[in-house]
Design a protein around this ligand. Sequence first.
Ligand code: HEC
Ligand code: HEC
Length: 224
Amino acid sequence: MKLFANILLAALMGVAASASFAADEHAAAPAVAAPAKPAKPDPAKGDTVFNATPANSQSCASCHNADGNSAIAANPKLAQQHPEYILKQLQDFKSGKRKSAIMKPLAAALSEEDMRNIAWFVGSKKVKPGFSKDKDTIALGEKIYRGGIGDRQIPACAGCHSPNGAGMPAQYPRLGGQNAEYTVAQLVAFRDNVRLNSAPMNGVAAKLNDREIKAVADYIAGLR
Ligand code: HEC
Ligand code: HEC
């Protein structure tokens, strides 16, 4: 009886194994062709879209400058930023994952191809260096950037954004030279859970107070 049970079990397992083998075989054969790879980004086309003035709205360049070196402090510099990061932000503005009343309609008007071309265009431009302005907080800013604040579990920014602020392609954006006013606004938005497209940054900013945010943003503006 026991032998029969074992034979039956073995037979059942054999069926199961061959069934799963068949399923694997089926899965291995793609039912649909893989999606076509996106075309190689064309920075020259990106330049054209970035600097064109669409009907009923402003050009990207009117707020971010012709080469992505925004002179207005509230607007981010885009020059020399990792293209993959820029592309992600444009996609997040379009989908609403990153909220911005200004950027949402502008990004919504862009095709995926426009976004890629623009991202590789601004990424190819050299960032104009910035300066730290507040002598009184520069030491605090440097301490936070390079070492974090250990007893409050605030990690060193340098660990992800690199010691000179160049970031690490493709995930960790360049910060060096960024307009301090913009950086302050982003850190406050991460801290207050207004910018929700990066869980790591919500954690990093959660415990920073206003003075620390101002100090580290001013320090970052001078990084090169
Ligand atoms: C009216 C001014 C204005 C115009 C026009 C404008 N932007 Fe912006 N842009 C902003 C502001 C302000 C922000 C910051 C948004 C925020 O997070 O609050 C921003 C943010 C961005 C960011 C995110 C950068 C980062 O470091 O995360 C990208 C990318 C961007 N803009 C690209 C573009 C492109 C491409 C266009 C044209 C289609 C454009 N912008 C047009 C003002 C503008
Ligand atoms: C664990 C890694 C990590 C650490 C540590 C970290 N960051 Fe970030 N940071 C990120 C990532 C990832 C993003 C990109 C978010 C996205 O994709 O939208 C980012 C984005 C940012 C941005 C937005 C840039 C822009 O152009 O809008 C700022 C500002 C920033 N970080 C500042 C800081 C500061 C200041 C510190 C230190 C107090 C810090 N980060 C520490 C991972 C990190």
